[in-house]
Design a protein around this ligand. Structure first.
Ligand code: HEM
Length: 474
């Protein structure tokens, strides 16, 4: 039996791993090459292997690249791989959130929060997405008339915040027209921790833990407290106005879950769990959706033929109807473009699990406590699965092409019981928003456009930003 904790773990397990330094593990290589190049290089270096090992300081991490193994860990043997590695083991109010909860505690909160994302509730949330999309189109109309260049990431950061505030908590914060409103300012502070913290969180989490012990805080506690206060007071006024339970959004679900202490058990959440979910709803749905929206629109601007196809599909299938929950499901070519964009630039470019019982997966024994990471970015760029992986080719997601591929070759939202709980909401938001924009405008390159995208070394963002211009459609 191997212990998942020491430098000789991989040697004993007969698993390859690159040279590693005594205290820093593979931190040096990650710093030098950046996250994405390092992932690609190691993935190709161990091309014929199912797994390889890396070190976070002296703690081994098993990189699993074999798709059948990934499937078994995420689905078949899920009960032994329920948990994620908790990078930022910070104190409340973020501590009790779905992303980091473990074991039965996670199961309880997940089953309580899941109904938020039922079809009925998502359909209601769609009204907010549609209203915010119309507002975005108005803002873009002004920019197009003034012939202004537009940086997509920044614009969609503001937009997604408006969608979260309205779909989650019934708040109209209007960041798209008023970017400096307090809700946006605090939320942005929370999702953009310092570069040092970010670097350590991804490259050497154990060093980050040491740093945290010295009292450095990751999230601004002033901002977290502000966000919780806003949501708590919105909850209170909804109760006072007698509207609680009638709006049917995320906040209603939380109000109901808190309401009946005598029903302790399945449907019950503590105040700390409620705050954890409020914050994770903001964090998990903010940068991810903004990244997917901005890359998709940018790729359409730089691939005019694909953009024309999407517009033609919108015109044919929607005619004069405004894009909504009911009609965007038919936009199959747009769906292909969104998938291809998330293949090239997956917001969740690393996914992990922790092994809680010694388990043999596809003949490889995995010891208890071993941290498992799936190199999603490298899998999405494997030329044996995706020929010419750097090229944007939506056809890869036609039904025939999809059928001929391993179902675990494309994992933008993870898979199995611990997959992304907001997937359907995210896809709806992407489709409704892009359809609204492309109905009115054609995105085109401008002088500041840089394509192919040069990825930042440590974050999934374009070093030169994502600049385009919008032309009005006839
Ligand atoms: C394009 C947008 C999004 C992408 C690419 C994305 C991606 C992911 C990925 C890769 C995971 C990990 C899955 C796994 O471990 O198997 C995840 C988990 C999660 N996502 Fe998303 N996500 C997106 C949008 C959202 C939205 C809009 C919400 C909420 C409103 C959300 C809430 C969550 C939560 C709560 C988890 C943790 C689930 C759990 O552990 O039970 N995500 N997401």
């Amino acid at each position: 039996r191997y212990k998942a904790s020491t430098y000789d773990t991989f040697k004993k397990m007969n698993i390859d791993s690159p040279p590693t330094s005594l205290f820093l593990g593979n931190f040096g290589q990650a710093m030098k090459q950046g996250l994405f190049r390092m992932q690609l290089e190691l993935y190709h270096q161990y091309k014929d292997k199912k797994v390889y090992g890396v070190f976070d300081t002296n703690s081994p991490i098993l990189m699993v690249k074999d798709l059948d193994m990934i499937k078994d860990i995420m689905v078949k043997s899920f009960n032994n791989f329920v948990n994620r590695r908790v990078l930022l083991d910070v104190d409340s109010p973020v501590k009790d959130n779905l992303l980091t909860l473990k074991g039965d505690h996670w199961k309880h909160v997940r089953s309580t929060v899941s109904p938020t994302f039922s079809s009925g509730r998502i359909k209601r949330m769609s009204q907010h997405i549609e209203r915010n999309s119309c507002r975005l189109v108005n803002v873009l109309r002004g920019k197009q008339e003034r012939n202004e260049d537009v940086e997509l990431k920044n614009m969609f950061y503001n937009f997604t915040l408006d969608v979260i505030a309205s779909t989650g908590f019934g708040l109209d914060v209007n960041t798209i027209e008023n970017p400096d409103n307090p809700f946006a300012t605090h939320a942005k502070k929370c999702v953009t921790p310092s570069t040092l913290v970010l670097l350590l969180a991804f490259l050497a989490p154990r060093l980050l833990k040491l740093l945290l012990k010295t009292g450095v805080s990751v999230f601004s506690s002033e901002s977290l407290t502000y966000l919780i206060k806003v949501v708590d007071s919105a909850m209170e006024s909804r109760k006072e106005e007698g509207q609680a339970g009638k709006v049917n959004d995320f906040m209603d679900l939380l109000i109901n879950a808190e309401k009946e202490p005598e029903d302790a058990g399945k449907e019950q959440l503590t105040k700390s769990e409620i705050h954890g979910q409020v914050l994770i709803f903001i964090f998990a749905g903010y940068e991810t959706v903004a990244t997917a929206l901005s890359f998709t629109l940018f790729l359409l601007a730089t691939h005019p033929e694909c953009c024309r196809n999407v517009q033609q599909e919108i015109d044919e299938k929607l005619g004069n109807q405004s894009p909504s929950y009911d009609n965007v499901q038919d936009l199959t070519y747009m769906d292909m473009c969104i998938n291809e964009s998330m293949r090239m630039f997956p917001p969740g470019f690393l996914i992990d699990r922790v092994c809680t019982e010694d388990t043999v997966i596809q003949g490889i024994p995995i010891p208890k406590d071993m941290v498992i990471t799936f190199p999603i970015y490298a899998i999405h760029h494997d030329p044996d699965i995706w020929p010419e992986p750097e090229n944007f080719q939506p056809e890869r997601f036609s039904s025939e092409n999809k059928e001929s591929r391993h179902p675990f070759a494309f994992l933008p939202f993870g898979n199995g019981p611990r997959n992304c709980i907001g997937m359907r909401l995210a896809l709806l938001e992407l489709k409704v928003t892009i359809a609204h924009i492309l109905k009115a405008f054609t995105p085109i390159p401008c002088e500041k456009t840089v394509y192919p995208v040069k990825l930042n070394k440590y974050q999934l963002k374009a070093d030169d930003d994502l600049w385009v211009k919008f032309e009005a459609r006839q």
